[in-house]
Design a protein around this ligand. Structure first.
Ligand code: ADP
Ligand code: GLC
Length: 474
């Protein structure tokens, strides 16, 4: 079965968050299960694209409004990622360093989608499934069905996966001219609240949509930034499939990015060595419990609660706990955390920025990983933490609820709390410190969490079952 995955990010080519991890791993595991899955993303001027070899396999011109855009499709020569990787390059539009945040972002992603559709229709390909991820490629299901340019592909089933339902990629109707000629009787499918809403259009027009955890599917009908009624109406078309992790990239036994590799047999020593390395680098005390946070510094992740929760926890437990933050995002939150660092030297340290290798070391060397997310469609950090024997301390929402069982419950291994609030975080920190005092219990929980299987094997197969079911619908 031939599947094209389309997205804005793919690890290790271009990563901003978990979307990249999923798009860089799911197709690999689908191929291991006998599929023929390929990935198509925009071309970025990044280390991976500079250091690898590509063939230009297709060249053409697409039309965005009145602009004629020359584009090329590049294919990575060796399939080294475990799947065919295609990059669409449009000089001046899709050849930049960053993935997001350009003022013409809407034009970038519309042009990407048009170039993709032009390429597969001109080259007369007929994939079995087109699998789109998030709003950046949300117009494809609509265009396939309602633009006569793509009639030959109109019966191709589309799967749309929602990694983040907070962002919709909305654009004003004044930009309608960016789209190719479409059936004017169907344009209502593009609309939500008097604007073109690519996320809404995708949910309406795709054959099936999925969310990255079952709980998140339910939450979208209650909270999705204005699309609640749509998710209520379309609920039957959706299913929740929990993300997996790439167990080759995230493996404490072989991970080249951590200072001491370890397994469950020498778990305590292995983690302690990693912690010592981390504490030496960040001027923290390796004998104290270390609670870390990794992630985008945004409200969704509850990052605005970190500074106050940390200073209050340290005041409640003086000399008993250390904190480490790795993240970047909102400038106000970054500044608040920098100030905290100067107020609490030796007890709390902050690394503002994005550092993949450091993230691995933090998962390996921390005792606890804090995730006070307000919204967490799946969350991969807690899964990486579990794999590295680090106790996740999570707010009960979305994928966190589906993957972390509180250690007070049967078979549990993590710490859960209900509210994204300073009170709940501080209470959970206190529980973490009590757990840390009982090293025997802690080691038992670490072994239990490291034995869990959150690999892609299971979830990749769930997607395949979904694809198979679409054959009968079409
Ligand atoms: P999201 O995609 O919403 O940001 P996820 O939990 O799905 O959240 O995935 C986040 C991914 O990004 C993980 O691989 C995490 O390790 C990584 N990450 C987030 N912030 C940083 C950072 N500052 N440095 C390195 N890796 C980071
Ligand atoms: C999004 C979500 C995150 C999820 C990731 C991968 O960025 O915020 O919870 O893990 O996508 O699906």
């Amino acid at each position: 079965m031939r599947i094209y995955h389309l997205a804005a990010e793919c690890y290790p080519v271009a990563k901003v968050g978990g979307l990249a991890d999923v798009v860089g791993a799911l197709p690999k595991y689908q191929n291991l299960a006998g599929m023929d899955a390929a990935v198509v993303i925009p071309y970025y001027d990044r280390k991976f694209t500079r250091e690898n070899e590509f063939d230009v396999i297709f060249k053409a011109v697409t039309l965005l409004d009145t602009k004629r855009l020359y584009f090329e499709v590049l294919k990575e020569k060796t399939n080294k990622l475990g799947f065919e990787l295609y990059l669409i390059r449009i000089p001046g539009l899709l050849d930049r360093k960053e993935v997001y945040m350009y003022p013409d972002e809407r034009e970038q992603f519309i042009a990407f989608q048009l170039a993709f559709l032009d390429w597969i229709s001109y080259s007369q390909q007929s994939p079995d499934i087109i699998h789109c991820h998030d709003h950046h490629v949300g117009l494809i299901p609509f265009l396939l069905q309602h633009s006569k340019l793509y009639t030959a592909l109109s019966h191709t089933p589309t799967v749309f996966t929602i990694h983040n339902g907070q962002y919709h990629g909305v654009l004003s109707w004044s930009k309608f001219s960016y789209l190719p000629e479409v059936d004017m009787t169907q344009t209502g499918l593009l609309d939500w609240a008097n604007a073109i809403n690519p996320l809404a259009a995708a949910v309406k027009c795709c054959t099936k949509f999925t969310t990255v955890s079952p709980s998140y599917l339910e939450e979208l009908s209650v909270s999705s930034n204005g699309l609640e009624y749509l998710f209520y109406l379309e609920h039957a078309k959706g299913s929740g499939i929990i993300n997996g992790i790439d167990t080759e990239v995230w493996n404490p036994k072989t991970d080249p990015m951590i200072s001491a590799k370890f397994t469950t047999t020498k778990l305590a020593q292995g983690k302690q060595k990693n912690k010592e390395e981390l504490c030496a680098r960040f001027n923290l005390a390796p004998e104290l419990p270390l609670i870390s946070f990794i992630g985008r510094l945004v409200m969704e992740k509850g990052a605005d609660l970190l500074a106050e929760s940390i200073s209050r926890s340290i005041a409640e437990h003086p000399g008993k706990v250390n904190f480490l933050i790795l993240g970047a995002g909102d400038p106000g939150m970054e500044q608040g955390l920098r100030e905290l660092k100067t107020m609490l030297p030796g007890q709390c340290n902050i690394f503002i920025g994005y550092d993949e290798a450091l993230a691995h070391q933090v998962y390996a060397g921390s005792d606890f990983l804090l995730m006070p997310s307000r919204v967490e469609p799946c969350g991969l950090n807690q899964l990486y933490a579990l794999r590295y024997g680090t106790v996740p301390v999570v707010r009960s929402t979305g994928g966190l609820k589906d993957t972390v069982i509180d250690f007070g419950d049967e078979g549990g291994y993590g710490i859960r709390f209900n509210q994204a609030s300073v009170n709940d975080i501080c209470y959970s920190v206190s529980r973490a410190l009590i757990l840390y005092e009982n090293q025997q219990h802690l080691q038992l929980l670490r072994k239990r969490m490291m034995a869990l299987d959150f690999s892609w094997d299971r979830s990749a197969k769930e997607y395949i079952t979904l694809y198979e079911s679409l054959k009968t619908i079409i």
